[in-house]
Design a binder for this molecule. Structure first.
Ligand code: FAD
Ligand code: NAP
Length: 473
């Protein structure tokens, strides 16, 4: 396993610690700020909400607690390595982190190191933004076989999430079938089919690059239970697939029989996406000289996993819903990747959690005490995927987080929340090895430096212990 600490050598890592700025260990508990808000989860929702509150609520201070030693959530561990421009939002988050009334406390998990009760005792408002770090299941026979992986784990593996580096996906077969047609599925297909020269210039972790360079994967199916008009991927992501060097996208003409007639009735984004699929279909050669293939197929619902194959039920659309027929097909596949969405979990008994929808019961970000009476639980809020369910791009998450942050500010200003009450503040010194922003900067610097040596933007630490050591903890 290749990790930045080893790559740089211990002496150089030591130098990095010494050179790094030392901000010390402060908490809003001791600050003069009168309105203290705790945000749980340092992903986009958490950072955007913090930014809004600090800007619009004078005399406020925001503490973010984060389970991992490092910030940024899915921007670091979800967004594909070959989309570095998307990660530029980190610059905005870093500006927020530099605000004098902001504190980051990494390596502190709600539900493990601290309870919601403790936080609510010590802050005027608590905002939950801890995202969705599990995945949905198909609930079909043999789903837990070794050759069936979740796309979430595969993404975590190539992005270096601690705990995911031992996934060891078997890429020795030629055919992969990805179940689901969202943008995560397309990200995974692109990572499997992209030329190594492209990937080596990204922050894909070394263990993944090494495995991908030995990959024998030649064809990647993208299986959708509905039709081309309902495809969940978006145009930019499809365009990228169509432009991949040495990869041919092949469509099944039968999937598109009824599609052209529907074109005039479509809204603009859907229309443009459909036109692109139709254009690509019309241009596909009967025989291709490409070495690799991207094969989207529609109207097929996963039914059961077999020996190196998946059984699919042919579906028909009724009012946009996929209805199963009695026709069964078999698709040979060496590796199957389930990509049907992420899932949030309830990490603390004090949260009113909707297990069916996989999100916290809320009304416009105000958490409810229970699902029946719909009474608001004053002082408790939710934003991001934890509140909306696991869909939407960073921009969607930003808009949602701003709206919930505004609700927090409004409630505090209208005295809905009793801000006069003195709160004792949470003493972070009592926690083990808490990562502050300056600690994160040391980790960041060491990763960037390790990456430079290898001609890539960064080489991530994949081990929490290594991160903490580099941070000086
Ligand atoms: P998250 O980003 O998941 O942040 C949640 C944070 O909470 C994490 O840091 C997590 O470690 C922390 N946490 C979890 N549990 C606890 C706990 N118990 N205590 C404390 N902290 C905790 N959008 C785009 O615009 N462009 C893209 O290219 C793009 N690519 C994507 C690729 C993938 C694979 C995925 C899954 C999503 C992608 N998105 C993309 C969507 C984008 O990532 C989300 O909109 C956004 O990250 C959701 O933000 P969030 O803050 O709700 O959740
Ligand atoms: P998604 O967009 O919701 O797609 C989920 C896919 O799984 C859909 O094709 C869905 O089909 C299918 N599915 C769900 N349940 C199924 C079942 N039981 N059987 C078969 N298929 C099933 O989710 P995602 O791909 O995880 O992406 C999450 C969000 O992150 C999206 O908003 C996405 O745009 C965003 N994201 C963006 C980027 C980017 O901007 N580049 C990259 C990655 C992710 P149905 O439509 O039929 O339900």
């Amino acid at each position: 396993m290749l990790i930045p600490g080893r790559l740089l050598g211990l002496e150089n890592v030591k130098k990095l610690w010494l050179n790094a700025t030392k901000n010390g260990f402060s908490s809003t508990a001791g600050s003069s700020a009168k309105k203290r808000i705790c945000v749980v989860g340092a992903g986009p929702a958490g950072f955007y909400a913090a930014q809004y509150i600090l800007k619009h609520l004078s005399g406020s201070a925001v503490d973010i607690i984060e389970k991992l030693p490092v910030p940024f959530g899915l921007v670091r561990y979800g967004v594909a390595p070959d989309h570095p421009e998307v990660k530029n939002v980190i610059n905005t988050f870093t500006k927020t982190a530099e605000h004098k009334n902001f504190n980051f406390y990494g390596n502190v998990a709600l539900g493990k190191d601290v309870s919601l009760h403790d936080l609510r005792e010590r802050y005027h408002a608590v905002l939950l933004t801890y995202g969705a770090d599990q995945d949905r299941q198909l609930n079909i026979p043999n789903e837990n076989k070794p050759n069936v992986l979740s796309a979430r784990k595969f993404v975590a593996w190539y992005n270096g999430l601690p705990g995911a580096h031992n996934l060891n996906p078997d890429l020795s077969g030629e055919t992969v079938a990805i179940l689901g047609q969202g943008n995560v599925a397309v990200d995974v297909a692109r990572m499997l089919l992209s030329p190594m020269d492209t990937l080596r210039k990204t922050d894909t972790t070394e263990h993944a690059l090494e495995a991908l360079s030995r990959s024998r994967v030649k064809q990647v199916y993208l299986v959708g239970r509905r039709g081309p008009l309902q495809a969940a991927f978006t145009i930019k992501e499809l365009r990228e697939m169509l432009k991949l060097p040495n990869v041919q996208t092949l469509w099944k003409p039968d999937d598109f029989t009824d599609v052209p007639a529907e074109l005039p009735n479509l809204q603009r984004p859907r229309k443009r996406l459909t036109e692109l699929m139709l254009k690509s279909l019309s241009e596909q050669p009967a025989i291709s000289s490409s070495k690799k293939f991207f094969l989207p197929i529609f109207l097929r619902a996963p039914r059961a996993i077999g020996e190196n194959e998946i059984e699919l039920t042919v579906t028909q659309l009724q009012n946009n819903v996929a209805v199963l027929t009695d026709k069964i097909e078999r698709l040979p596949a060496d590796l199957l990747l389930r990509s049907i969405g992420y899932k949030s979990t309830c990490v603390d008994g004090g949260i009113c959690f909707d297990e069916r929808k996989g999100c916290v019961y809320n009304e416009n970000g105000r958490v409810l005490k229970d699902a029946v009476s719909k009474t608001v639980d004053k002082g408790l809020y939710v934003a991001g995927w934890l509140g909306t369910g696991p869909s939407g791009v960073i921009l969607t998450t930003m808009n949602g987080a701003f709206a919930v942050a505004k609700a927090i500010c409004d409630d505090i200003l209208s005295s809905e929340l009793s801000i006069a009450e003195a709160k004792p503040g949470l003493d972070f010194n009592k926690f083990q090895r808490v990562v502050t922003w300056s600690h994160w900067q040391r980790i960041d610097q060491a990763e960037t430096q390790a990456g430079q040596v290898m001609g890539k933007p960064r080489e991530k630490f994949v081990d929490v212990e290594e991160m903490l050591k580099v941070a000086g903890l």
